[in-house]
Design a protein around this ligand. Structure first.
Ligand code: HEM
Length: 333
């Protein structure tokens, strides 16, 4: 309400909310918007992600010895890692001091219980260092991706006011004005659900998946693949495949609707990749996207600021495909 109707860049409120979801899952509590320490968690996490696709990173990978002696962003990135690790260690310490709760609630509770259970097993990998690394991975994998998708979501609604209006009409018709929305409700909201899928397809936020190594030789669509081959899946090639989508390069929620307006999923919808190592957070991410989107659409209409005629919808290529920074107005409905 502080910004009601005024031009704003929604990036910070979005990344703050999304990071708080991971915090709730991992630490069992959230941080207020004023908490400076949590701001630093967000900033350091962001720095690591941006560093991950920079020229300095490439130079560091090729000449680590040389780069260690030179100043530059690679020096700061070590500090960022250490900050996030010590933040996690601090939360673990608090959990240990409070002792195990009657009912295990968050990731740290479960991990501590697992360390305890496997303490007589010499082959166990459950220890505090691995827990810190796992927490770090959850923050890194879970915030940037979801945040970027939501930043595109707002931009796409500004660029397609007709779609935005249809979503709002559907929400108004199906849900009560103060009804708590839950993930299950997507089944009653085929258009809204189709729009979220189209946002993920069209913007292809994770353009290429994580490199994976083949553990044995195989043949894929007639191509022999040797053991040890590194595979980098090109997810965009599926999400924009002209043989799979009617209008691959156009924003078109009908990609996920049949002629009667029912939601239909598509095999080529692979924003979370596929196979054994596909996104571990898919369900959490889908739940977040649905709940954030439907609640935002019910409360606000997103518009261009007065006098602004156009908005840049080109992507910047980092580890993820990012929108350019923008300002919009969130007009309360
Ligand atoms: C819109 C949001 C998201 C997108 C588009 C996305 C996409 C992806 C993709 C493409 C991969 C690589 C899969 C592969 O190599 O085959 C991945 C891996 C992963 N994601 Fe997500 N992700 C999202 C949200 C999340 C969230 C919220 C979490 C945290 C709970 C998360 C945790 C992970 C983890 C831990 C991995 C590594 C899995 C492994 O190595 O087995 N992701 N994600």
């Amino acid at each position: 309400t502080m910004f009601a109707g005024q031009p704003l860049d929604p990036s910070f409120p979005i990344v703050h909310s999304v990071s708080n979801v991971i915090a709730a899952v991992v630490f069992g509590h959230r941080f207020t918007i004023e908490n400076k320490n949590f701001h630093q968690v967000i900033e350091n996490n962001d720095y690591i992600v941006k560093f991950g696709s920079s020229v300095s990173e490439m130079l560091y990978d090729i000449f680590p010895w040389l780069m260690n002696h030179l100043p530059g962003p690679h020096q700061k990135v070590f500090y960022c890692h250490e900050f996030l690790r010590s933040f996690a260690r601090n939360e673990i310490r608090n959990h240990r001091e409070n002792g195990p709760p009657d009912e295990l609630q968050d990731f740290i509770d479960f991990y501590l219980a697992q360390i305890d259970k496997s303490k007589d097993d010499p082959t166990s990998t459950f220890d505090e260092d691995n827990m810190v690394q796992a927490i770090f991975d959850l923050f890194l994998a879970g915030t940037e991706t979801t945040t970027t998708t939501l930043r595109w979501t707002v931009l796409d609604m500004v660029a397609h006011p007709d779609v935005q209006e249809k979503v709002q009409k559907e929400l108004d018709a199906v849900l009560g004005p103060s009804q708590l929305i839950c993930y299950e409700d997507r089944k009653k909201l085929p258009y809204t659900n189709a729009v979220i899928h189209e946002i993920q397809r069209y913007n292809s936020v994770v353009a290429v998946g994580v490199p994976r190594e083949c553990i044995r030789g195989t043949v894929l669509q007639g191509f022999p693949i040797e053991k040890g081959t590194i595979i980098i899946p090109n997810l965009t090639s599926a999400l924009l495949d002209p043989e799979q989508w009617e209008t691959p390069r156009q924003f078109n929620p009908n990609h996920f609707l049949d002629k009667d307006g029912n939601f239909v999923n598509k095999d080529a919808f692979l924003p979370f990749s596929a196979g054994h190592r596909m996104c571990l957070g898919e369900l959490l991410a889908r739940t977040e996207l649905f709940l954030f989107f439907s609640n935002l659409m019910r409360a606000f209409t997103f518009k261009l600021p007065e006098g602004v005629k156009e908005i840049n919808t080109e992507a910047i290529t980092w580890i993820t495909l990012q929108p350019h920074p923008y300002k919009i107005c969130a007009v309360p409905r």
